[in-house]
Ligand binder design. Structure first.
Ligand SMILES: [Fe+2]
Length: 268
């Protein structure tokens, strides 16, 4: 008899860009208010999730205070949560603060017959992405050790081009090494990233590769230089993982784009 299909429900939120003080604004907007609105939207639309994954750039300028405020918000909703670092984050601070039974920076979790692997693509002091040998070995070992589990990989930087030249200067520079490992493991079904502040949904080497809107400002697709999107609202991604290895995913956005966004900004 076939086993019954059971689903896991994952919430991905990304690129929160919290500022040191609650009332500060950045690029004309309050990133913290925007994050709270997106989180509320996700919970109203879905009621609950099995796991929340936060795929980097939690802070714009990392401080203990901003990470503590994020921790408070995440703990309050009582859903397990895993946070990974982006180029703006302070990994050591994150590991110190996100270290509770509910909220952590752990790099692997088994849920049902799925393995979720969290990679650190940060190059310290630089905006672009790279996977160290340690991260690549960890990925290879994790996939080797769970041959019967379907796999999801979450990582901050993108591993496929976006068609935005300025963003693609920050692509994981050794992504071919990542793809060489993935090629050995057909159980890898999905890679989801942050950093690009826009939607991506590409099938590559049998893997669904996803980009997700930021909880604050969005980048304009197909741009040569840094460019904010005045018309795309903040949002989140829901990922439904079935025990038979199939995936369903969608993004949901706030009803309106951010008001006051300084679209003529030249960088972030
Ligand atoms: Fe980033």
């Amino acid at each position: 008899m076939n086993e019954p299909v059971t689903d896991l429900s994952i919430l991905q939120i990304t690129d929160l860009h919290f500022l040191p003080c609650l009332n500060e604004t950045f690029l004309g907007i309050n990133t913290e208010h925007s994050f709270l609105a997106v989180l509320e939207l996700a919970l109203v639309e879905n009621r609950t999730f099995d796991l929340i994954i936060v795929t980097g750039d939690l802070a714009q300028d990392p401080t203990q205070e901003s990470y503590f405020r994020i921790l408070q918000y995440l703990e309050a909703i009582q859903i397990p949560c895993i946070c990974l670092p982006g180029n703006h984050d302070d990994i050591q601070l994150m590991q110190q603060i996100f270290d509770t039974p509910l909220v952590s920076c752990r790099n692997q979790v088994l849920l049902g017959n799925w393995q979720l692997i969290f990679l650190n693509s940060q190059i310290q002091g630089a905006p672009g992405g790279r996977l160290s040998n340690q991260e690549l070995c960890f990925l290879d070992d994790s996939l080797s050790s769970q041959p019967d589990h379907h796999a999801l990989i979450a990582v901050h930087h993108h591993c496929l081009e976006t068609k935005s030249a300025w963003l693609d200067t920050m692509i994981i520079e050794n992504s071919l090494e990542l793809w060489a490992i993935i090629d050995k493991f057909p159980k890898v079904k999905i890679i989801t990233n942050g950093h690009i502040h826009q939607l991506m949904d590409i099938e590559h080497q049998g893997v669904r590769v996803l980009g997700t809107p930021s909880t604050c400002f969005q980048f304009k697709p197909s741009s040569t230089n840094f460019s904010l999107d005045a018309f795309a609202a903040p949002g989140y991604r829901k990922i439904k993982l079935s025990s038979n290895g199939s995936i369903e995913t969608f993004i949901s956005r706030m009803p309106e784009p951010l008001k006051g966004l300084q679209v003529d900004s030249l960088g972030y």
